[in-house]
Ligand binder design. Structure first.
Ligand code: NAP
Length: 349
C-alpha cells in the first residue's frame, strides 16, 4: 500500500519553523499526503510561503508550496489532517481547538504528550497505544503526539533490550544539535565555540516520557513502565543529530552479543506494513569503534534509522553505549509522518 489513488490533504501548523520546514521537505513528494495549507503566526499570515519563510534547509524550497498563502492557525481549514510544529507557548491551546473541531492533530510539541488519553507514539515501539484515542472527548477529532527528539532515539534503542532483558535503570547524557533549539540561525549565535549545559525542561522529558512510551495498556488504562532514568542534556555545536551516551542496568543477565543481536533483529509493525517512511531497519548497530557520529550517521535510511555503537561493559551499570538520531527527521517531522502513515494503515485517518 505504498501509493494511494487520491492523496490525503494535510496542513502544517508552524510551517515556517525548524520542524515545519522539515515537514514541508518530507511531505513534498509523499505518496499518501499532499500539503494543501500552511499556517503560522500573525507575522507570517497573509504572505506567500516563499516570502514568509527564512528557508534554511540545504534542499530547494519545493515549488508546490512557494505560492501557498500562509494562514492563521485557526480551525477553518479544508485539510482534516494537521501536522503541528508549533512553538509550545501556543501549541496546547491551538491543537485542542483543532481537535475539538474534528481535525486529526499529530503534534511535535510537549503540551499534550503526557495527557492520559493521548498516545505518545513511536510506531515501532508502542503502536498499540493508538487505542487511547478512543478515550478522547474530541468527537471525530483527535490528538496524537510525537515524543521529545532525544527520547525517540533513546527509546527505539531501549525497546528491544526492555523486551528481552527488562530495564532496571538508565543514565543518559545528551549532546543535542542546534536545530533542536528552533530556528538555527538564531541559536547559532550562542553556540559558536561553546557547549551549553542547559536545555530548559529537557531533562524532565527524558526522565519521564520513556516510561509512558514503554508502558502497557491494561483494561484500557495505560500503566507506565517502572524504572529510574537520570538525564543530563547539553546543547553542542552540531547542525543536526542528537548524540546520547547511555548507561543501562538490566533485570536479566545478558552478554554484549545478546544486546547486539537484539538491536540487529529488531523490526516492528511499520516495517511489516511497509509504511512509506519506515526505515528498512529501525536500528543500525555499528561495529567501528569511533561511530556513531552525527556528521556521518544522522541521515541513515533518510534520517529515520537510529544508529547505535560503542557498546561496552560498564563498571557502575551493566552496559554503556552511544545512540545517534536525526532530531528534526526521526525526532520530529519524520516521526510524526510515520505516525500518520500508521494511522492511515489502521483506518484512523
Ligand atoms: P521554531 O523554529 O521556533 O518554529 C515555531 C513555529 O511556530 C513557527 O512556524 C512560528 O511561526 C510558529 N508560531 C510561533 N508563535 C506562534 C503563534 N503565536 N501563533 C501561531 N504560530 C506561531 O520551533 P521548532 O524547533 O520548529 O519547534 C516546533 C515545536 O516542535 C516545538 O514545540 C518544539 O519543542 C518541538 N520539537 C522541535 C524539535 C527540533 O528538533 N527542532 C524536535 C522535536 C520537537 P512564525 O514564523 O510565523 O513566527
Amino acid at each position: 500500500m505504498k501509493s494511494l489513488k487520491e492523496k490525503i490533504a494535510v496542513a502544517v501548523l508552524g510551517a515556517t519553523g525548524s520542524v515545519g520546514q522539515k515537514f514541508i521537505e518530507m511531505l513534498a513528494d509523499h505518496p499518501w499526503f499532499e500539503i494543501r495549507e500552511l499556517c503560522a503566526s500573525d507575522k507570517s499570515a497573509g504572505k506567500e510561503y516563499q516570502d514568509a519563510v527564512d528557508w534554511f534547509l540545504s534542499s530547494t524550497l519545493p515549488s508546490s508550496v512557494k505560492k501557498i498563502v500562509v494562514k492563521r492557525c485557526e480551525p477553518n481549514l479544508k485539510s482534516k489532517v494537521v501536522f503541528s510544529g508549533l512553538d509550545s507557548s501556543v501549541a496546547g491551546k491551538i491543537e485542542t481547538e483543532f481537535a475539538k473541531e474534528g481535525y486529526t492533530v499529530i503534534s511535535n510539541s510537549k503540551n499534550h504528550r503526557m495527557d492520559n488519553d493521548v498516545p505518545l507514539l513511536i510506531p515501532e515501539v508502542n503502536p498499540d497505544h493508538l487505542t487511547l484515542i478512543k478515550k478522547q472527548n474530541y468527537g471525530s477529532g483527535c490528538i496524537v503526539t510525537n515524543p521529545n527528539c532525544s527520547v525517540i532515539g533513546l527509546v527505539i534503542a531501549l525497546k528491544p533490550l526492555a523486551d528481552k532483558f527488562g530495564l532496571e535503570a538508565a543514565n543518559v547524557s545528551t549532546m543535542q544539535a542546534i536545530s533542536g533549539a528552533g530556528h538555527p540561525r538564531v541559536a547559532n549565535l550562542d553556540i559558536e565555540d561553546n557547549v551549553i549545559p542547559l536545555i530548559k525542561g529537557e531533562e524532565d522529558k527524558v526522565e519521564t516520557e520513556p516510561l509512558k512510551i514503554l508502558g502497557t495498556i491494561k483494561n484500557e488504562i495505560l500503566e507506565f513502565e517502572n524504572f529510574k532514568i537520570s538525564a543530563q542534556c547539553n546543547r553542542v555545536n552540531v547542525s543536526d543529530g542528537h548524540t546520547e551516551c547511555v548507561q543501562i542496568k538490566l533485570k536479566r543477565k545478558a552478554t554484549k552479543q545478546d544486546l547486539i543481536e537484539a538491536w540487529q533483529n529488531f523490526s516492528s509493525l511499520p516495517q511489516e506494513l511497509n509504511l512509506p517512511s519506515a526505515p528498512y531497519k529501525p536500528i543500525h548497530y555499528l561495529n567501528e569503534e569511533k561511530l556513531p557520529q552525527p556528521k556521518y550517521q544522522r541521515s541513515a535510511d533518510k534520517g529515520m534509522a537510529v544508529s547505535v555503537g560503542r557498546l561496552r561493559e560498564d563498571p557502575l551499570f551493566d552496559f554503556k553505549f552511544v545512540v545517534l538520531s536525526h532530531n528534526t527527521v526521526r525526532g520530529a517531522a519524520g516521526g510524526a509522518i510515520l505516525c500518520a502513515e500508521l494511522m492511515k494503515a489502521q483506518g484512523i485517518i
